[in-house]
Design a protein around this ligand. Sequence first.
Ligand code: HEC
Ligand code: HEC
Ligand code: HEC
Ligand code: HEC
Length: 346
Amino acid sequence: MGLKRMVPHGACILFRILGIVCIWSAFSFGLTGAARAELDLKKVIGPNACAECHKDETEAWKKSHHFSTFRDMPRSKEARTIARKMKIKRIKSKSLCLSCHFTSRLKKKKPTPISGISCESCHSAGKDWEMVHSGFSGKGKPELESKAEAAARWKKSESLGMIRPHALYKLAKNCYSCHVVPQEKLVNVGGHPAGSPFELVSWSQGEVRHNLWYSKGKSNVEAKPNRRRLMYVVGLAVELETALRAVGVATTRKTYAFKMARRADDARKKMAEAAKAAPGVPELANIVKWGHSAGLKLKNNAALTEAADNVVKETLRLLAKNDGSKLAGLDPMIPKADKYKGEPPK
Ligand code: HEC
Ligand code: HEC
Ligand code: HEC
Ligand code: HEC
């Protein structure tokens, strides 16, 4: 039975989730949250290597929290409190913290942080694809490369793991692998936030924005309207997917379970609004349907995982069929520049 049927009204959902989880939490089971898809640390080449060609993007990155967290986080009072509660002595040698707060490399086989959240945390470890993506098929210059060769070069780069901006699902999934924290103990015992109030358009177009390459550093261009529409729905779909999975691994009736259930419920409500505003895109209604297919309760991992997997399928189908033009009805919902998180660097 889904949350929706138990709880017809929207207000005070937290309390109600509490009530519902109470009913179903007679047992707890021993799953811990799946950690984020790890970077292959053997293949990390570091932001300085990218900076050799991508100077402007690197300068932009240096103005973001992703850069400054390297210095600031381990020194903060909150970090020391979390570490104490988790019985962690050195934050920078604990892979639990490393995977989301830093980019690391292997030094003497040990993961060692080299920077904050850098290029490869978002575009994936570069060792295998760095030469491929930049080499213009061995021709050295873009003019000498045919269209077919360029397409093959990008295809190869992606098959070697590169996350390119056009691959919106992968891109968003990667943000969410850090911005939702699926580690129950870290939240309930450590007191770590359960994640960020993340939204893909507003969180990517502010301080994180570095669309400086194709404008040759002249201006940091905003994503185009059609792309913003796709970003909005794909972000929302991944929010729902991630929250469903996070509820699936909850084992106790505490903060973590409540927060994740609330995230999932909020996401499917927003998705229902989107589906209404863009009736020509049936995948949105299907995503809503799957979002309601599994109860937001403990001990329901199989159904929640199935729901999340199907949200992904519908999202990929939507992306394959749409360029964003059929999503114009969503425009009033999509955050505008005044809501962007931080200032886009010049
Ligand atoms: C030797 C120079 C060079 C290095 C080093 C380099 N790049 Fe690039 N990068 C390029 C070139 C050239 C392009 C554009 C290719 C084109 O126009 O087809 C590019 C494009 C990109 C793009 C845009 C892809 C797209 O879909 O349009 C991303 C993202 C990117 N690089 C990330 C990185 C990251 C991350 C690193 C470090 C791991 C890196 N690059 C290292 C030269 C380089
Ligand atoms: C799954 C990814 C993830 C893991 C694992 C993780 N963090 Fe975080 N952490 C985040 C994100 C995302 C934020 C930003 C939350 C926000 O938007 O407010 C954050 C925020 C923080 C903050 C600032 C919180 C505040 O109260 O203002 C501290 C301190 C922190 N983390 C410490 C740690 C420590 C110490 C560890 C290891 C024990 C750790 N984190 C593990 C993702 C993670
Ligand atoms: C927080 C994740 C994140 C980090 C860190 C990051 N990128 Fe990106 N990158 C993105 C996203 C998202 C886009 C597409 C943004 C958009 O569509 O508005 C992008 C776009 C790009 C592009 C295409 C720019 C253009 O003109 O269209 C290049 C090149 C690139 N990144 C290189 C880098 C390099 C080099 C670094 C490190 C200095 C880096 N990125 C760090 C997420 C990231
Ligand atoms: C490897 C983990 C990781 C990935 C991947 C990641 N982030 Fe973050 N992000 C963090 C952490 C941790 C913080 C908090 C840093 C701090 O302030 O200490 C953060 C902070 C931010 C902030 C600043 C928030 C604030 O409170 O001002 C923005 C904006 C942001 N991220 C957007 C993005 C976007 C957009 C993507 C994907 C394109 C992304 N992030 C991918 C871990 C990550």
